[in-house]
Write a protein that binds this ligand. Sequence first.
Ligand code: PEP
Length: 247
Amino acid sequence: MRRKLAAGNWKMNGTAAALDTLDALANTAASAEVLICPPTTLLSRAAERLSTSAIALGGQDCHAAASGAHTGDISAEMLRDAGATAVILGHSERRADHGETDAQVRAKAEAAMAADLTAIICVGETLQQREAGNTLAVVRDQLTGSLPDNSTGATVVVAYEPVWAIGTGKIPTLAQIAEVHSDLRASLSARFGAETAAAIRLLYGGSVKASNAAEIFAVADVDGALVGGASLKAADFAPIIEALDAS
Ligand code: PEP
């Protein structure tokens, strides 16, 4: 059985005052796993605030190397040391802003696994790619290139995030989400075998909010969500967690 996952990506938002959001979420009783990925500057303080909560913490990126001369970068081990148990990798904003390739994402995922962090690996097409009819091909290529060979349900989560749906208020139709998630599951099965594929969680991400969460979570092979804007306030994120629990 795949445990459902509601993951919040705070991106480059939040100073110390944002930790109050964690206090408000800390007692949310959920059977789903709840994960918040704050900016790295807040990780260790967030870990202190959540020390008695079931809410887990994650990073938003890591370097592929364990340590060394990489000014400004953070290693997977450093994230783990600061209190993270997971890390988002290959988010489309990093692929776009920093030119991250599938090979780099894969190397980072290997580093995350070595540091005992769950790698939440993002894939997703641009609007141009969707309109050209290339969605499945693009997402399959990203999946193949970004996932390490030893991926398992314990070490990897895949997030399908159509680039054009992130932060725009637009979401694909439920049939489009179902098509991609089903294809992702089939690709995982072809590469890792049915048993491993059945254990890897598939999140949908892109403009998830309280008003659309329930219908998205009802789609086959959607095991939860990666949520950006609506994870910044407890009043917005809590109903999404509730919808996931109820699905
Ligand atoms: C994201 O950045 O991963 C994301 C899904 O953002 P939003 O929910 O704001 O679209």
